[in-house]
Design a protein around this ligand. Structure first.
Ligand SMILES: C[S@@+](CC[C@H](N)C(=O)[O-])C[C@H]1O[C@@H](n2cnc3c(N)ncnc32)[C@H](O)[C@@H]1O
Length: 229
């Protein structure tokens, strides 16, 4: 069975998933937050409805909102088929079963479609490792299921440049999840190497356990702290 999902999946995770795998508390969402890449996630829609100043960035937003929304709807089926063919690789405590997972992703895609249509300015075209935002523009920067997930095609230098860029646009923490690849492969050597390089930049980089595990063994996020903290 293939270990590559093929083209980047424009997936639609929910606010509840983000809250769990980034271990978010009420205080984390009081200011501005960047979700990069946002994909078809409903995080930005729900965070904004709870008072956060939330922006999502992704190269997929180059297309008009209606096209992005249609693509995300189709991607729910592609992602569901990938997981369903590999159920044994996952821990099902959070999502219960593939049908419940796919239903949840379809609901996230629906929330995403409504929000990108109503608030297109909150969904910015951008591609790492360069972001169109000022230094320290966001209180919190979140990045899920892109770095590390696609380590089969993004090399060490890309990861380092992208992490530095995410750090540049953050006033507070940068949180990255997961630290395994799309097939669930551990990337300890790559993570160690990046932590060393960031430490040499004077960035405190910490691996922190989170209350979420779906891909087996993927229960840790990388936290990049602001300078001096
Ligand atoms: C698996 S999705 C993750 C989306 C969302 N964070 C989630 O967890 O549902 C991967 C996303 O990475 C985006 N992507 C591809 N190349 C990128 C790049 N150079 N910079 C930022 N995002 C990129 C894709 O468009 C896709 O939406």
């Amino acid at each position: 069975m293939s270990d590559s999902i093929g083209e980047y999946l424009v997936s639609a995770r929910s606010f509840a998933e983000y809250s769990a795998f980034f271990d978010l508390g009420e205080d984390d969402l009081r200011g501005s937050v960047l979700d990069c890449p946002g994909g078809g996630a409903s995080f930005t829609a729900t965070a904004a409805s709870r008072g956060a100043d939330a922006i999502a960035a992704d190269p997929a937003y180059a297309d008009p909102p209606a096209e992005v929304a249609a693509r995300v709807r189709a991607e729910v089926d592609r992602g569901g088929a990938w997981v369903t063919a590999r159920t044994g690789r996952y821990e099902w405590g959070f999502h219960h079963d593939p049908e419940t997972l796919t239903r949840g992703r379809a609901e996230s895609a629906r929330l995403f479609a409504a929000d990108i249509t109503a608030h297109p300015d909150c969904y910015r075209f951008a591609a790492l490792p360069e972001l169109p935002f000022a230094d320290e523009a966001f209180d919190l920067v979140l990045s899920s299921h892109f770095l590390f997930t696609y380590a089969d095609r993004l090399d060490r230098d890309f990861h380092l440049a992208a992490l530095r860029e995410l750090r540049r646009v953050a006033r507070g923490q940068v949180r990255v999840f997961p630290l395994v690849d799309q097939a669930g492969g551990r990337l300890d050597g790559l993570v160690d190497d990046l932590v060393r390089a960031l430490t040499a930049d004077d960035v405190r980089a910490e691996r922190r356990r989170v209350p979420y595990e779906f891909q087996r063994g993927a229960d840790t996020m990388l936290v990049l702290h602001p300078p001096g903290r």
